[in-house]
Design a protein around this ligand. Sequence first.
Ligand SMILES: *Cc1c(COP(=O)(O)O)cnc(C)c1O
Ligand code: SF4
Length: 335
Amino acid sequence: MIHRIEPVCQTPLWQQSLANAYTDVDAFIHFLKLDKETTPAARAAAKQFGLKVPREFADLIRKGDPDDPLLRQVLPIGEETLAAAGFIHDPVGDLEKVVVPGVLHKYRGRLLLIANGSCAVNCRYCFRRHYPYQEATVYRQRWQEAIRHINQAEEIDEIILSGGDPLALSDGKLAELAARLEAITHLQRLRIHTRLPVVIPSRLTAELTAWLTRGRLKPIFVLHINHPREISSELAIGLNRLKQAGVTLLNQSVLLKGVNDSVKTLTDLSYALFDAGIMPYYLHLLDRVAGAAHFEVTELQAKQLQTELRANLPGYLVPRMVRESAGATAKQPIF
Ligand SMILES: *Cc1c(COP(=O)(O)O)cnc(C)c1O
Ligand code: SF4
């Protein structure tokens, strides 16, 4: 047990990590001992969608390996700037489903609140890479409007906090939002969709556990982990605390070429998730967003992977392979 002297400064450790994330292409390439020749292309791609990688995540990346599966998810590369047929700006039709600012009411019974526009990491394959966050986000002042909508929508029993990443907001703000939601009597469950603890494990604060579990709403945490090496021991320890406090832990991944498109990686991922107390939930096919074509795994390959996963793993460790499609009433199963 290491005893650390408490810092005098009041900014939580995770917020310092957020502020200290790599955003400069040169510094990042230097830290990872990558070939300097990759810099110009990375810079060009970062103009469209910036580099953002917290140091904790950078520490998990193998140095000097341009093919590292964790690196591939975060390093801007030249392919992003190439146009590809069928890869568009809003592939899942989300913008049509914004009912009031920050509220995506797309599926029956559950409603997605874009609680915050930014993320701790910029994932290169993200379907929100062209998303007009600023207009769509629920600002604090706008919570009124969102809360009013939820109050009237009595068929809604579950709120999903998403983003961006909702956990980029402070625990104080989130506690306030959770309290307001709890007052809406037809709500039963509060779900958080987040990748933030994966890239900054210290985000799993005692305050977070407190506001998430002290209320009436049943808490669910849906993490976004794509590769077994993303589950650091710090992350596993933090998640265990949440689980002990009664939070259901699920995971969604995106099937990504060069990251996790092998039976071995996906099998290892399911076991690693289970070891950390997390159940595999969804394995998403890539949303066809402009700039991400080089990550696409064909539907045929995806089906072959799914068949082999089902043969390899106990049924409860096989994630549901789905695709998001505009206008559908739920995510579409691939089988
Ligand atoms: C994915 C998603 C949900 C949640 O769907 P589940 O199948 O319940 O996980 C809700 N709303 C929107 C807009 C979504 O994209
Ligand atoms: S954390 Fe999620 S929302 Fe944010 S960039 Fe990554 S995939 Fe997109």
